[in-house]
Ligand binder design. Sequence first.
Ligand SMILES: O=P(O)(O)OC[C@H]1O[C@H](O[C@H]2O[C@H](CO)[C@@H](O)[C@H](O)[C@H]2O)[C@H](O)[C@@H](O)[C@@H]1O
Length: 567
Amino acid sequence: MKQQLEWWRTATIYQIYPKSFCDSGSKGTGDLQGIISKLDYLKTLGVDAIWLTPVYRSPMIDNGYDISDYYAINPDFGTMADFDQLLAQAHQRGIRVVMDIVVNHTSTEHIWFQSALGDKNSPYRDYYIWKDPVDGGVPNNWQSKFGGSAWALDPATGQYYLHLFAKEQADLNWENPKVREEVKAIIGFWAEKGVDGFRLDVINLISKQQDFPDDYQGDGRRFYTDGPRVHEYLQEISEAVFRKYGSVTVGEMSSTTLEHCQQYSAPDGKELSMVFNFHHLKVDYPNGDKWTKAPFDFRQLKSILNHWQQGLHNQGWGALFWCNHDQPRVVSRLGNDQQYRVESAKMLGASVHMMQGTPYVYQGEELGMTNPGYDSIDQYRDVESINMYDIMVNQQGKSEAEMLAILAQKSRDNSRTPMQWDDSRFAGFSAGEPWLAVADNYPEINAQQAVADEHSVFHFYRQLIAMRKEIEVITTGDYTDLMPQHDRIFCYKRESETQILLCINNYYGEPVECPLPENIDLTTAEYVLSNYSDVSMQRPVSRFTLRPYESRIVLIHKNDADLSIQY
Ligand SMILES: O=P(O)(O)OC[C@H]1O[C@H](O[C@H]2O[C@H](CO)[C@@H](O)[C@H](O)[C@H]2O)[C@H](O)[C@@H](O)[C@@H]1O
């Protein structure tokens, strides 16, 4: 008998970065009408929900993660009427809508900050975190995640305010109960409109250790990550709004731990539905340093995924993902974006979609879109990339060529290039010059081509999304890595009371022998999906050769029931 599960446990969520998704005119930036025009495409892909990165009013220093009005739509994206239309049109197609909520910080253009700046008596002064200078300088040595000190001076009062990100993103003071009431009101406003859920930006940074000590071991993050009152705050918000409206919630957890994530996403639902963690995406950060050009560590990747898959089973719920607007394109990062682009994009899709959790597909991932390979700093727009270029080239003396090679691998702009819709000028993204240059490969890699080609990455993703609804072990089964020491194959087993699923993947461009463990009984086994089309004709055997980037998904029926599922 099928268990009754919340909808999001069998769902796939599609992330839209509105600025780069679809421009309904010739502005060169995407908008809400553009999104509406592509809802049928998303329906064809089969996703259950869309997550929109911030569309609120914002000066766009950090592309909307610097909100200046939580109750208004950024005119660059459209109007509130456009938003209401998007919500209705998505719902009409059975697609839910998840909004991004950024409440660790606001834009310094927000009316609260504008009132607080320069006025110690402002009713909003205590909405932010202010400190007196220490020895005539910054209050402590914490570093901004975008480079430089995490403190900026308010010249009129002589105090500093905290900004963990850009100086235009001032951290809110969650110790102040009025701030928490404002957050509840904001979420309630959007939930009342019918929004189905919320993605909470860096939500595990909201509670800072109140003595604000210097950090002699790192950049300060240990004093505000998963901080002292974060669980209490989330429970308070959850009870007041999320549970009241039945919203799905996903917390973006920066530099977090499994133990905290078990609590954030515990099955009792007192805090959040699920969590994003980023540890598996730091396997190309040697010694934790993002700003290097380095290959990824395959064994470390598997070991991190294993740790989280096993640790969250029955104890929490994770978001499954390779890509988002902060990460380079996965096919360029862990796959091969040239000779084996299609094979490796599919293999990577299979290896993350067959895990336990809720998969997130970032726009263009379903096409196997690649990093653009920019070769000039003038092509970049991201505040983090531009800051780091300045620090490393102009202040630390790294060569320009070296830093450009690092940005071509690590910059957040790698994933923010315009969505490639067709082979017309500007890839069908806009009738005007896009805000960020389109990747040169759009004539070959685009949605029109992919939808028309039944062997495309798009149709493979469509099958993966459909399989999650049909094969219960994908949602409920436990997880075991069958070859943790193998240096080329990632082969894991999912097992429930009635089914076993094997997901077998070659992560490299050379063939490799794959011996399955002898105790796996393949009598009732069938291949349900592979990225090589001849595989479905075969019967699963226990020893075979995996071709470059080959992926095979095997389903074993423990009870001889529902054999031969078709996708
Ligand atoms: O790398 P982590 O320490 O684990 O942090 C995760 C991500 O956190 C930040 O991302 C989010 O917040 C930023 C400020 O609002 C925003 O710029 C970004 O777009 C958000 O997704 C950080 O910027 C990312 O690089 C980290 O991956």
